[in-house]
Design a protein around this ligand. Structure first.
Ligand code: FMN
Length: 175
């Protein structure tokens, strides 16, 4: 049995939902699993855990600054344990951009840090226009219009392939 920690960064909660699914799958494989938002990691002792997973969503082209800071601060300990990173973004809804090797945000992120996660994943996120502030809604609808996605302001759509998430949960259980 492993003691897994999943650290996540979310704005609208979708990455948290993905983490909950990962928690469910890894628990079913008899692991102990802790979920913790990046904002609550200042006192966290990573030594207590046998595997470390980090997940973060993209907002206006970037993962949260806090994720970079956490990784830079903990790179040494990350390297001593089985570890994984995953990114959540809506560009990953496109079949040619839904793999770690083809997703522009994940590729850029990896080029900006020196940590080399042992396992990687990218998951398509969710669009829920009614939840967004006016400017965000306008901007995302513009991006969707440009990239041929849904623009109806009432749209709430989950692009996430939950089978892909389940498979990653199995991978984490085994790593
Ligand atoms: C204000 C805003 C900006 C976003 N910017 C991007 C972006 O630049 N590229 C992208 O692929 N997805 C972008 N997204 C989509 C999010 O990555 C997607 O909604 C994801 O599910 C959010 O996860 P979270 O709820 O865990 O933050 C954006 C979403 C919002 C609301």
């Amino acid at each position: 049995m492993s003691n897994i920690i999943i650290i996540y960064s979310t704005t609208d909660g979708h990455t948290r939902e993905i983490c909950s699914r990962l928690q469910k799958i890894t628990k079913e494989n008899n692991n102990e699993v802790t979920l913790i938002p990046i904002e609550q990691t200042s006192e966290l002792d990573l030594n207590k855990f046998s595997k470390i997973v980090i997940g973060a969503s993209i907002r206006y082209g970037k993962h949260s600054k806090k994720i970079y800071e956490f990784i830079n601060k903990n790179e040494k300990i990350l390297d001593t344990k089985p570890n994984a990173f995953f990114s959540v973004n809506v560009v990953a809804r496109k079949p040619d951009k839904n793999q770690p090797e083809t997703n522009p945000y994940l590729k850029k992120f990896l080029s900006q840090i020196s940590w080399k996660p042992k396992e990687l994943a990218v998951f398509a996120g969710k669009i829920d226009y009614q939840k967004y502030r006016i400017l965000d809604r306008f901007m995302i609808r513009m991006i969707m219009w440009i990239t041929k996605g849904p623009t109806d302001p009432k749209t709430s759509i989950e692009f996430t392939d939950w089978n892909q998430v389940n498979n990653f949960g199995q991978l984490i259980s085994k790593m």
